[in-house]
Design a protein around this ligand. Structure first.
Ligand code: DAT
Ligand code: MG
Length: 206
């Protein structure tokens, strides 16, 4: 069995219907086990190391902001190498426009790298990521209970449509405002935290 690091990124941690849908999948524990889960706000230095292979890419500053702007739900799962590959298959491809129909990211992801979930891609990376993150957050107990249903609406496809408009320079102000309103409806965030979720969402579109 191998360790893998799992993160509900802000677009999954706070969009409650998306979070519930992803949790419904994760909690089946079909061929894996959720060993730990907790809220944690990563410092920039941790994210810069975690994603060091992406340093220099144009989206890197956004990626660091995205992953550090708000607390996220971090966990450790154990799975065989084959099961981890199966989990990554269920997750879908990195960029939303390319993610496989029926995958979690195609279902809940909004745009570009706003893709809901991090999951280590192999036993070796899982081992290294769990060791690195363990220096910052305990990965040995399930401390958060996530719901598998939500009263909140799931606006994924509407958000994706508006995000595509913004990314293409079409009705940018109106579409940006509508994105903020839909995120407010999907989440329980208010004021500065809601503004942070809006900022990192719009940041993925430029
Ligand atoms: P994954 O998360 O599927 O393992 P990765 O490890 O290659 O993908 O990249 C880490 C994160 O960086 C990814 O979840 C979102 C962001 N990212 C990667 N490539 C991107 C791109 N071309 N455009 C926008 N964001 C990207
Ligand atoms: Mg990766």
């Amino acid at each position: 069995m191998a360790d893998a690091l799992l993160i509900f990124k802000p677009d999954a941690a706070y969009r409650l219907a998306a979070r519930a849908g992803i949790w419904r999948w994760l909690s089946t524990e079909r061929e894996w086990k959720v060993e730990s889960l907790d809220w944690f706000q990563p410092p920039a230095s941790l994210i810069e190391n975690h994603y060091d292979f992406l340093q220099g890419r144009p989206f890197f500053p956004w990626l660091v902001d995205f992953m550090t702007a708000l607390p996220v739900v971090v966990g450790r799962v154990t799975a065989s190498a084959e099961s981890l590959m199966q989990m990554r298959w269920d997750l879908g491809e990195t960029q939303i426009a390319k993610s496989r129909p029926g995958s979690l990211r195609e279902h809940y992801g909004i745009f570009g790298g706003l893709n809901c979930l991090h999951l280590s891609d192999a036993p070796e990376t899982g081992d290294a990521e769990v060791k690195r993150w363990s220096q910052f957050v305990q990965l040995d107990a399930v401390k958060v209970r996530l719901e598998d249903e939500s009263e909140k609406p799931d606006h994924t496809y509407h958000l994706r449509s508006l995000a595509t408009q913004v990314a293409n320079g079409i009705h940018v102000d109106l579409a940006s405002q509508a994105i903020g309103e839909l995120l407010a409806e999907e989440s329980e965030l208010e004021s500065t935290e809601l503004e942070a979720l809006r900022r990192i969402t719009l940041g993925a579109l430029s």
